[in-house]
Write a protein that binds this ligand. Sequence first.
Ligand code: UD1
Length: 347
Amino acid sequence: MRVLLTGSAGFIGTAIGAALEAAGHEVVRVDMMLDKAHGATQAPAGTHRLDVRDAASWTSLLTGVDAVCHQAAVVGAGVAVADLPDYAGHNDLGTAALLAAMHVAGVDRLVLASSMVVYGEGRYTCAEHGDQAPPPRERAALDAGDFENHCPVCGADLAWALVDEDARLDPRSSYAVSKLAQEHYASAWVRQADASAVALRYHNVYGPGMPRDTPYSGVAAMFRSSLERGERPQVFEDGGQMRDFVHVDDVARANLAALESVVADDPGRYAAYNVASGHPVAIREVAELVGAGVGGGVRPEVTGGYRLGDVRHVVASPERARTGLGFAAEVLPRDGLRAFATAPLRA
Ligand code: UD1
């Protein structure tokens, strides 16, 4: 198939482009080479340096395309209020403009990069009161070293459980809001244009080519960059926060499976899938695994500090992606994270 790939020069887009070509597909690469993500780096050969917000002006690139794989986005948790227009502009206006241009060009298949951040907190259960949706954690509790969420009925510590795709959506940052809006635009377009779309909710992605740490980076890049500077990784809270770390090559495989599925789909179908390894890991263990991968080994430091906006646990069920897309991750976090300690990062 012929796939138009937006965000093709990014960390995830680069891996997807390579996986598509290795599987014999043709890739039309689009990336605006946003300064914040690429600095002065030149666009890779064959990249159309374009902005998705202007998609109406490059509809011709969509001619003969079977599906669009839309990865272009401003990422991170949204550090400053001043970032809001960037998230709304690049991510949401960009998606709307792309969907309209696809309709004009007669392209009706989309795979969208979404994120587990659309869930906010993960899923929790109380031994006595069943499933509970805890409110955001209070500063006073965090200051006292009380990091777990509590049952709103009895106050007991809540246990984490696997989040499936029908979980309540509760975006808590400007980035999360923009990702959820992208999903909503895509599902509205599916109905209006009688099209098909798959949204992939990535969990914590890591792997070679990940950008060095910036205020917008995820924790894996933070730990990896600390080691590169000869510093110990700083683990916040008590390190017991649970996540699912999925390797970028698995994310590329998931996109390939989603593209093949969406191209074969009947029109009118919108579906979202978690993209996760299925092997949850505590943040302290992530720091230990990455630290163990460098010569001599480096032990992380558990600081007890916290960031008010962080959620405690968010751990995916990979089940629906397995049954719906035939996707199962191949890289175990304990292998991938250790190898990540010495993998090249991008500047
Ligand atoms: C991250 C991303 C989010 C992305 C999602 C899925 C950020 C800020 N968050 O969410 O945008 O969609 O993964 O890929 O980019 N921590 C430390 N030490 C550090 C930094 C963080 O212990 O130096 C802890 C945090 O307190 C948190 C956990 O690590 O408990 C994960 O942090 P992070 O990767 O930033 O955020 P996520 O919520 O997992």
